[in-house]
Design a protein around this ligand. Structure first.
Ligand code: GDP
Ligand code: MG
Length: 414
């Protein structure tokens, strides 16, 4: 059995993405198999991973397998989804966060529609670094074909064509990476075969390629900045006046650290209030410092209770800005998930919820386009007034008591 995970190693969240049947689940299994040899993982067979449990995240049904393993350098949580729709929902809702991803591309097919869709989504959700695994190399570099090639000229020609085909896949993928804003020159591209690794065949394409892949993942995908190391931000939950003391703003710190004496801004709904923290308290005890994850009250100098309202954020000055208009990718809940029964069109005005805020918005779609329940779509969202927003931020849209959809801010417009 596996040695216990070394939590002192930096942690990184990754996942396998790519077109259906290109070998994402096989590769996930293969990684655990190869790392298990060094006691760095517990081997998870294909069936263990593919039987991913169904979860409900913000009302949306998603199946995701979470696999853990480590290299000498880092500890990983790896997600793999059984179906294409699960990837879309997962990436939009952030059900499983990814700091980087392994794009799996079959050497026999090359890029396919879901390869492109996953690249677009990865970019939109803020996955900055990918490693490419060109899989099923065993179906190209077939040693039998090579043997035959000595005998039959026809087979020889076929072999050479295939070898070129293999490199052609890499050239095309690099070009595609560039198209979607990834580093087309530096992104590591490893060729191998998940199946060979699983079946202990052709070590060069099998286990050695997996080790090469993990080395590339270790080196190319940066360790994410921990929430604690980011600039301070706390969504405002409430504000109270305490006579003789002033105004206390409450909330749960999303990221960073706040100390007594810090200067902060409280922004949103067209307001920008600068203040100084004069006291911090949690569970009625005074603190000198609060950090990501803490629920606390912050006593603020010289502000009125009405200055801070639910939906605004308290943050390190200048670290976040308010906006009204952005591009987004939205997943619209199906009827079965409790969503709408009918499509919506351009000009639809639901209520948008993000962090602690909610605000009416207008959804802009190309004229004549409609979005069906159960679909995802790229669309423009305009808020009736500005809120603290940044790319990668998640939100839901609701109508009455119904969740209509969940989305991600992919690009700020204004
Ligand atoms: P996913 O849909 O991307 O998760 O793909 P799977 O891992 O389910 O693989 C799809 C099919 O391709 C299965 O029949 C696998 O056995 C097969 N497969 C996966 N990797 C390889 C490989 O390296 N070589 C060959 N020949 N087949 C593979
Ligand atoms: Mg799969």
């Amino acid at each position: 059995s596996m040695s216990s995970f070394d939590r002192s190693k930096p942690h990184c969240n990754i996942g396998t993405i790519g077109h259906v049947d290109h070998g994402k689940t096989s590769l996930t299994a293969a990684i655990t198999k190869v790392l298990a040899e060094s006691n760095l993982a517990e081997f998870k067979g294909y069936a263990d991973i593919d039987r991913a449990p169904e979860e409900r995240v913000r009302g949306i049904t998603i199946s995701t397998a979470h696999v853990e393993y480590q290299t000498e350098n880092r500890h990983y949580a790896h997600m793999d989804c059984p179906g294409h729709a699960d990837y879309i929902k997962n990436m939009i809702t952030g059900a499983a966060q990814m700091d980087g991803a392994i794009l799996v591309v079959s050497a026999t097919d090359g890029q396919m529609p879901q390869t492109r869709e996953h690249l677009l989504l990865a970019k939109q959700v803020g996955v900055g670094h990918l490693v490419v695994f060109i899989n099923k190399a065993d179906m190209i570099d077939d040693p039998e074909l090579l043997e035959l090639a000595c005998t039959f000229h026809f087979a020889l020609t076929t072999f050479h064509w295939c070898a070129r085909g293999n490199r052609q896949v890499e050239v095309e993928i690099r070009e595609l990476l560039g198209t979607y804003g990834f580093d087309e020159d530096e992104t590591p591209v490893i060729t191998g075969s998940a199946l060979c690794a699983l079946e202990d065949k052709s070590p060069e394409m099998g286990r050695e390629a997996i080790l090469k892949l993990m080395e590339a993942v270790d080196n190319w995908i940066p360790t994410p900045v921990r929430d604690l190391d980011k600039p301070f931000l706390m969504p405002v939950e409430n504000a109270f006046s305490i006579s003789g003391r002033g105004t206390v703003v409450t909330g749960k710190i999303e990221r960073g650290i706040v100390k007594k004496g810090d200067e902060v801004e409280i922004i949103g709904y067209g307001k920008n209030i600068k203040t100084t923290i004069t006291g911090l308290e949690m569970f009625h005890k005074d603190l000198t410092e609060g950090q990501a994850g803490d629920n606390l009250g912050a006593l603020c100098r010289g502000i009125k209770r009405e200055d801070a309202t639910k939906g605004m954020v308290m943050c390190a000055p200048g670290s976040v800005k308010c906006h009204r208009k952005f591009q987004s990718q939205l997943y619209v809940l199906s009827k079965e998930e409790g969503g709408r029964h009918t499509p919506f069109v351009n000009g639809y005005r639901p209520q948008l919820f993000t962090r602690t805020g909610d605000i009416t918005c207008t959804i802009q779609l190309p004229e004549g386009k409609m979005v069906m329940p159960g679909e995802d779509a790229a669309l423009e969202v305009e808020l009736i007034t500005e809120l603290a927003l940044e790319e990668g931020q998640r939100f839901t849209v609701r109508e009455g008591n119904k969740t209509v959809g969940t989305g991600i801010v992919s690009k700020i417009i204004e």
